[in-house]
Write a protein that binds this ligand. Structure first.
Ligand code: HEC
Ligand code: HEC
Length: 259
């Protein structure tokens, strides 16, 4: 659900692609091949190397993967192992592919930021457990902050995302983060807090589920890229997200939606 947004090629395989929506100031970036190929895909990583990369951002060559490869510091150990098991599976999209994406051409700014600002995250010292899905609010928070990372896009700015303590991110879930679509037009994230006037305060659970899973909003045009509908979320998961969003502090932040 998450990895395919960047790693899935038009062929359907997870053999990587050009990241057209990365702001040009960061340079040109290709998401690499992560099919099970033993030389060109994630097959060359051991299970522990994959776990280390997904937690900390450090690749098997010892280099740090820039922020456009997300890190998963709060994902449960079980979910982390499940992702690795999936990468090892014989699902058709992971069948070995020998496609090699062009080497990324990070701008000077990216290289500079990778030295001074972006740092590997610490590997967790203790086992991380997910809350039970029956605890809706806790599980919803887990999805929003650890597994699907809605908060990164839906808070004020990527520059101030607090990866270790997501809820301390400025403008947490209040929207207003501008991002380019595939044609370079700017799309601004929406306010997901329960504010009546500028957030989702007047939405029903049903309207939320429909928007999240199909992209259809209660009124007005459908949701646009990069808000791709989360068709693979179960209703139970989507309802947990809704339950959690009711509990976050309302932020009054009107986000204009240029059409
Ligand atoms: C927002 C886009 C994005 C998402 C989402 C994403 N990745 Fe990546 N991934 C990248 C980019 C870009 C790189 C290359 C980073 C670099 O240049 O160092 C990368 C690198 C990798 C690598 C290292 C490959 C190598 O050749 O060393 C692996 C493995 C990987 N990703 C797996 C995953 C998995 C598994 C997920 C989902 C849990 C995921 N990625 C989600 C963009 C993404
Ligand atoms: C890659 C960034 C990104 C991620 C990740 C993301 N969103 Fe969005 N979301 C957006 C953008 C951009 C919009 C605005 C789209 C538009 O204006 O058409 C949006 C719009 C929405 C809306 C519509 C609100 C309204 O007022 O119309 C909802 C609901 C929503 N997102 C929920 C979520 C949830 C829940 C998650 C996590 C499961 C999530 N989003 C993850 C970027 C993202």
């Amino acid at each position: 659900m998450v990895c395919n947004q960047c790693h899935q090629a038009p062929s359907g395989k997870l053999e990587g692609k050009y990241m057209a929506d990365l702001p040009s100031m960061f340079g040109k970036v290709w998401a690499p091949n992560i099919t099970s190929h033993a030389e060109y895909g994630s097959g060359r990583y051991s299970n522990s190397e994959l776990a280390y990369l997904l937690r900390t951002g450090v690749k098997r060559d010892g280099k740090f993967a820039p922020p456009w490869m997300p890190k998963f510091p709060h994902l449960s150990d079980q979910d982390l192992q499940n992702v690795i098991a999936y990468l090892r599976s014989d699902e058709p999209e992971l069948a070995p592919s020998d496609v090699v994406q062009p080497a990324s051409q990070p701008s000077l700014l990216s290289k500079f930021l990778c030295r001074v600002a972006f740092k590997p995250l610490p590997y967790p010292e203790k086992t991380i457990e997910a809350p039970p899905i029956s605890d809706k609010v806790a599980y919803g928070k887990y999805l929003v902050t650890a597994k699907v990372d809605c908060y990164g896009c839906h808070s004020q700015s990527f520059e101030t995302t607090n990866q270790m303590e997501p809820e301390k991110t400025p403008g947490y879930l209040g929207g207003g983060n501008p991002m380019p679509d595939l044609e370079g037009n700017i799309v601004v994230t929406r306010n997901l807090t329960p504010d009546k006037e500028t957030g989702l305060g007047n939405w029903t659970e049903e309207q939320f589920l429909l928007a999240l899973k199909t992209g259809i909003r209660p009124s007005g045009p459908a949701l646009r890229y990069p808000m791709t509908p989360y068709t693979a979320l179960t209703d139970e998961e989507a309802k947990a997200i809704w339950a959690y969003l009711q509990t976050v502090p309302a932020i009054h932040n009107k986000v204009d939606r240029p059409d």
